[in-house]
Every structure is written in C-alpha cells, then in structure tokens.
Design a protein around this ligand. Structure first.
Ligand code: M6R
Length: 580
C-alpha cells in the first residue's frame, strides 16, 4: 500500500527516485510524485503512473530527494492528493505510507492556528506539524512530530535547510540501504538492491536521520546502534526478462519456487514439536494466503489427524483465541495489516505463534515466536501466484512431517506436475470464460479452496465476476445463477470428490451452463459432459492440488490478456495491504 523512497548521496536523486518508484509501483499506482531539495524544495506530482512522469523543468538537479507512489485511502487519486505534501512555507516535504488515525483532530488544530491545507489526505498534517515543530534539528523535530501522531506510518521528510532525510516507522515497513557515500531508503528491498546489499530494517518507534555518510537511529529517546545486514538477492528475479507480464513470468517460476521452498524449510522438527504439543492449529491469513491455509487444513487433518481451524485475518478480531492453539499466520508480504493485527491478538491471548512469509525482515517476522520463509523470490505482479505455490510447499512439508513418511513421498511428484501444467493450451477454455460476465467455480474437499482461489484470481485480473463455491453448496442457492451465459469452472480430480463432482456437473449441464472442467485426461465421464477439459494427469493429492491451482492461474491470465486488462497492476488493488 503506497511505496516510498528517499535518496541522499552523490547520484542525481531524480533518476534514483523515478527508478525506485517504478520498482515499488506494485504497492500502489494511482498517483505519484517526487521532491528534491537543493536549498529549496521542488515538487512534481500527478495522478496516474510513474511511467507517465516527465521532468517538465520543475525538478532541478539535486542529490537529496523523496518519492511516493500512492494507493488512495483518504482523498481520491488526483494531483493535489498525490504525495509529496508540503507545509505552508514550502520548506518541508513529506511522503507517507500508512494511516494517521488522529488526522482529523490534528488538521482542525493546525487549521485554527493558521495552517492552510492543500489536499484531502490524512498525510498532509505531517508536513504542517513539521513546520510547527522544526527547531533546526531534524531528529528532535521528527521526534516531536511523531509524538503527536497516532496510527501507522512510514514517513520520509526533507527540508530546504538540511542536506538530510528524516525517517520514522510505526507499523509500516521502511528499509535503509547503506551504500558507499549514499543512502537509499524505501518501503522494501526491491529499489535498494541496485545500489547496495547492506540494509537496516527499521523497527517500530525508530526515528532516523541520514545524509550521504551519516546515519543516526533513535528509539524511545536513546540512540540505537543497528549494524546493516547483508542481503543475498538476485536483481534479475525482479525483472520481466522477455515475458509479456510479470504474472506469467512468475507462473513459470513456480516449479522452482516450490522445490526451493521445500528444500529450505529446515527447522521443521521444532515446528512439528510446537504443533504436536498444541491441541490444534489456527490458521489466520487473507486472500490467496487464506486459501493456502484452507488447503493446509484439509491436508493436515487428513494426514496427521491434528485439528486445524482457519480464520480470515480481518475476522480474527471477533474470534476468541484459545491459548491451547498454535496460531499460524500466513502472509506473502508479511506486512498485511489484518494479519499483523491478528498476530498481535493471538499473542495477547498467549497463543504460540508461527509466521510463514516470503519477505525477509517484514513486520510479522519481528513479532511471531517462530518464523519460516517461503523461497518464492520477489513477486512483482499484484496477483499472487508463485508465492502461493511456495506457501503450499512449506505447508505440505509441515503436513508431511506431522503425517509421516507416506506423505513425504507424495511431495516428490509435485514439481513435475506443475511443470507439465505449464505446457497446457487453455485457449478453448479462455474463449468460453472471456465472453462471460459471471463465472462460477466449484470444487469439493481440498479442491474447494482451489476453486475459491481460481475465482479470486479470475476476478482480480480479468474483472469478470467470479464466485467460488463448494460443489455441494451449488444446489443451496447459486444454481439459480446458471444459464447458457454462466460458465462453470469445475475441479474434478480422481479421488474421493470425483463422483459427487460428476453429479454436480450433471446438474449444471441440465441448466445448459457451459462447463470448463479440470480433470484427468482419462476421465471419459467428465469429457462427455464438459464443454472443455483442461487435462491434468493425476499423480497424488499434493501434486494435483498444486497442478490444478497453477492451471487455474494460467486460465485467469489468458482471459485477462484476451480482455486487454492491466494484468500486473489490476485496478484498485495493491500488493501489500497495510491498512485494516
Ligand atoms: O501479503 P499477504 O499474503 O498477506 O496478502 C494477502 C492478500 O492481500 C493477497 O493474497 C491478495 O488476495 C492477492 N492480491 C491475491 O492475488
């Protein structure tokens, strides 16, 4: 949700900021802006995307600057609401990610003392507070300002008088990259790694002030020595390299993401003990990560007998946690506000917590009792694909450890199954789905969350209204939607769900709704009834779950492409949802 970047050093700040914002754009992309300080502050900002940015002569050469790419919360996407925001004098410019919860009161107070606001945002109060609090000492002024803020923020400030950037973090990520005679600070690592691999992850409550060669961090009134850590990161993995979109590139990276993650989850014995000591596991997550959690539930209960509950992270605040449960929080970004709030709630109720994330140093990794990482590499497309498959790898590994040797053997087939799916031609199914305005997606058992994920992916990037249901639920209401114009995507693998799914297909066909079935190529009954079969060779339940999901991702991608959608940056979405 919003990307921020700041630079101080020997390079031209404008080009570092523009490149940095392009790398961060997946966090939000409805407007952008940058500000440079060269003894005065110059700002350029507009609605639209950073790729539209042209230096119209208003941005001078300079070595200190800040930039922002926005996902609107307070105030519509527009030039006036785009960041950076300035104070009344134009001596301070700020960029902010997060929500200032007490902004209305602060704005009223500042307005009554004569400040004039130019935007509808919550963030602008920070610029005016800086004007109020500035005493010539950036660190002291910053501490005064953040002392008055409530809510979440990653904020960067520049002034016309200082050759430095002030930064503060509370519940919104901020990383400082320490280079040779330069410092680049950003919402995540991606813009930083082109300049340096030495990074410091700021923590909640940190205030930092840095220039090209100096860096001071203060927390709770005391100076903090926090040495940089070295990050191994392949910059190539964050580039599109010949593919039309990041999404399809990332889909093709799924076999590797799966096997890398499988190999990397090492301290599994400890997690296994952790889980086996508890009475049950509660999985908490949002969106696609929640679907991975649902799949985990089916597999874990089947193979290990350990009870698993699942809860959508934003609903967990209404659930009473039990200290006898281990709470597993799954979040690709590790920054999802709903997931973080849920994690804190679990800890408050003395539950033991495990975090599963793809993002090194992210907020949930700081707070969970035990952390393990998926090894998907950077995922740039807003739609989660390889991060989901990597989550499945880690979760299946836990299942296999808790469930015994029989199921670890099942893991060996998964990569091959995904690779086979990448060769599929989904053109016929694409044609059927692309002309629909509503799609239904169904599955049963562990393929029910696969159906939910297929529907989520479809609506996210194609904008076709798609809903996922358990196959058995169709007759309890959704069947009323069926007609020749309402295709049904059905997951019909061999196994315990197959016969009842076939019964569902018959009900659907009787209502003349076209069926796109994902099924084994030898299943003649499915072939007879479905308009199109996407053939996926049956191996075992682990391999099938992964393969069917990847095939559904490919179908969504092809439908969105056919409809000319903005696949990597779908409307209204952001990759990292840091507001509740
Ligand atoms: O970073 P997280 O895994 O916590 O994100 C959760 C959801 O916001 C995310 O999975 C979202 O549903 C994706 N855009 C799905 O493609």
């Amino acid at each position: 949700m919003c990307g921020i970047v700041g630079y101080t050093g020997w390079r031209d700040a404008e080009s570092v900021l523009v490149e940095g914002l392009k790398a961060l754009e997946y966090r939000g992309y409805d407007s952008y802006g940058l500000a440079i300080s060269d003894g005065a502050i110059s700002v350029v900002k507009d609605a639209g995307r950073i790729s539209d940015y042209r230096n119209n002569g208003n941005i001078p050469a300079g070595n200190v600057g800040i930039g922002h790419t926005r996902w609107a919360t307070h105030g519509v996407p527009s030039a006036k609401n785009a960041h950076p925001h300035t104070d009344c004098t134009g001596n301070f410019a700020i960029v902010h990610n997060g929500i200032i919860e007490n902004y209305a009161r602060l704005r009223a107070e500042l307005t009554s003392s004569g400040h004039v606001f130019a935007s509808d945002t919550d963030s602008e109060v920070i610029a005016h507070l800086f004007e109020e609090c500035y005493d010539g000492d950036m660190m002291h002024s910053l501490q005064e300002v953040v002392g008055r803020l409530e809510g979440s923020y990653a904020v960067l400030v520049i002034s016309s008088e200082d050759n430095a950037i002030a930064a503060a973090r509370n519940r919104s990520p901020l990383v400082i990259g320490v280079g040779d005679g330069e410092i680049i600070c950003a919402s995540d690592l991606v813009p930083i790694i082109n300049y340096t691999r030495e990074v410091i992850f700021l923590e909640d409550g940190d205030c930092a002030v840095f220039s090209e060669n100096t860096l001071r961090i203060v927390n709770g009134g005391s100076d903090i020595a926090r040495p940089p850590e070295f990050i191994a990161f392949d910059p190539e993995s964050a580039r599109k390299t010949g593919f039309d979109h990041y999404m399809i590139k990332e889909i093709f990276e799924e076999p590797e993401a799966f096997s890398r993650t499988l190999a990397s989850v090492q301290d599994i014995d400890e997690i296994q003990k952790f889980i086996k000591r508890a009475e049950s596991v509660m999985v908490v997550a949002s969106g696609t990560s929640y679907h991975a959690g649902m799949i985990f539930r089916y597999l874990m209960e089947e193979f290990s007998g350990i009870p698993v509950r699942t809860e959508i992270a934003s609903e967990y605040r209404y659930v009473r946690p039990s200290p006898d449960e281990v709470v597993l929080v799954i979040s690709q970004s590790g920054e999802t506000a709903d997931a973080l709030t849920a994690l804190r709630r679990a800890k408050f109720y003395r539950c033991r917590t495990i975090a599963l994330t793809n993002t090194l140093g992210s907020s949930i990794t700081r707070e969970a009792d035990h952390v393990f990482y998926t090894m998907a590499g950077p995922e740039i497309s807003v739609a989660a694909t390889k991060s989901f498959i990597a989550q499945l790898a880690a979760l299946m590994k836990i299942v296999s450890f808790c469930g015994g040797r029989g199921c670890s053997l099942l893991l060996t087939d998964v990569k091959q199954s995904i690779e086979a799916v990448l060769q599929l031609d989904v053109a016929e199914a694409t044609a059927i789905c692309a002309r629909a305005s509503t799609l239904i997606s169904i599955g049963r058992g562990v393929f029910y969350p696969v159906a939910l994920e297929a529907a989520l992916k479809m609506k996210e990037i194609s904008y076709i209204h798609a809903e996922g249901y358990a196959g058995g639920e169709l007759k309890h209401g959704p069947i009323a939607l069926l007609s020749e114009e309402t295709p049904v995507i059905a997951f019909v693998p061999p196994g315990e769900t197959r016969n009842l799914m076939l019964a569902n297909l018959k009900e659907i066909a009787s209502r003349r709704a076209p069926i796109v079935a994902f099924a084994d190529p030898d299943d003649v009954d499915v072939a007879e009834i479905a308009e199109v079969v996407i053939p996926i060779r049956h191996r075992n339940v682990f391999a099938d779950v992964a393969a069917y999901t990847v095939a559904a991702q490919m179908l969504s991608y092809e439908v969105a492409k056919r409809l000319g959608r903005d696949i990597d940056k779908p409307r209204n979405l952001a990759k990292s949802v840091t507001v509740e």
